[in-house]
Design a protein around this ligand. Structure first.
Ligand code: FE2
Ligand code: FE2
Length: 229
């Protein structure tokens, strides 16, 4: 019923055409942890859904793999798709004097921000979270990790985790309020629709980072700190 979940399902590697199989059957076929699948789908479907005790059963590695896949979906699929649409729109919907290149400028800035944001997570935050989980499973820290926990804990990440909405908001605003009426209404609406969808998807993604990943890492960090004292 919720069409926004189609791309979430795809990110798990599930293709359409699954007939009348149950969720459990499909997850088994694709070697997906069904509880994790349901958590993610529910989290996207209902922003208030988050039963925390169940979350403890998933490994951080599983969450991180999913988050990285989502980053790829944004950067390799969604952003180029929207970029093409905007390019088309600038050419077909406005005259040069309307200043449509502003759209491209704002979109490029947004893209840059998104690239930096996801790169930092892929290269710094997620590897750190996995390291914490490994030490937690071994019941043993090492001096290197202890130093790192002091210098950069997951709480630092949480505090610096900026939302990516502002630039998207400006971008939508330019189209809705400040450019003249577009020559091709349907193309313009498609761009807006894609931007709103992307915004929702990224908000849901950030919620999984902040409400699933972070609390799990904090619990492990606290345990490891107690071990090292
Ligand atoms: Fe992310
Ligand atoms: Fe993020």
């Amino acid at each position: 019923m919720n069409y926004l979940l189609i791309s979430v399902i795809n990110r798990f590697g599930i293709e359409l055409g699954f007939r009348d199989k149950s969720v459990l059957e499909i997850c088994r076929e694709h070697h997906i942890d069904v509880r994790f699948f349901l958590e993610i789908v529910n989290a996207f479907h209902d922003k208030d859904y988050f039963p925390d005790e169940d979350l403890q059963v998933f490994s951080i590695q599983l969450i991180v793999d999913y988050l990285i896949k989502t980053h790829h979906f944004y950067l390799d699929e969604k952003i180029p798709e929207i970029e093409n649409l905007i390019e088309k729109m600038v050419h077909e919907c406005y005259n040069q004097k309307d200043n449509p290149n502003l759209l491209k400028k704002f979109f490029n800035e947004y893209k840059e921000e998104l690239i930096n944001h996801t790169r930092r997570e892929d290269e710094v935050v997620f590897p750190y979270a996995i390291q914490v989980e490994k030490a937690f499973n071994r019941e043993k820290t090492d001096p290197n990790l202890e130093k790192q926990m002091k210098m950069y804990s997951i709480t630092n990440y949480m505090n610096e985790h900026d939302n990516l909405e502002e630039k998207l908001f400006d971008l939508k605003n330019i189209i809705i309020k400040y450019l003249p009426p577009p020559k091709h209404r349907s193309l313009c609406n498609k761009v807006l629709f894609e931007l709103f969808n992307l915004e929702k998807d990224i908000n849901d993604h950030s919620r999984i980072e902040e409400k699933v990943l972070v609390p799990k890492v904090i619990t492990m960090e606290t345990h490891l700190q107690q071990l090292s004292n």
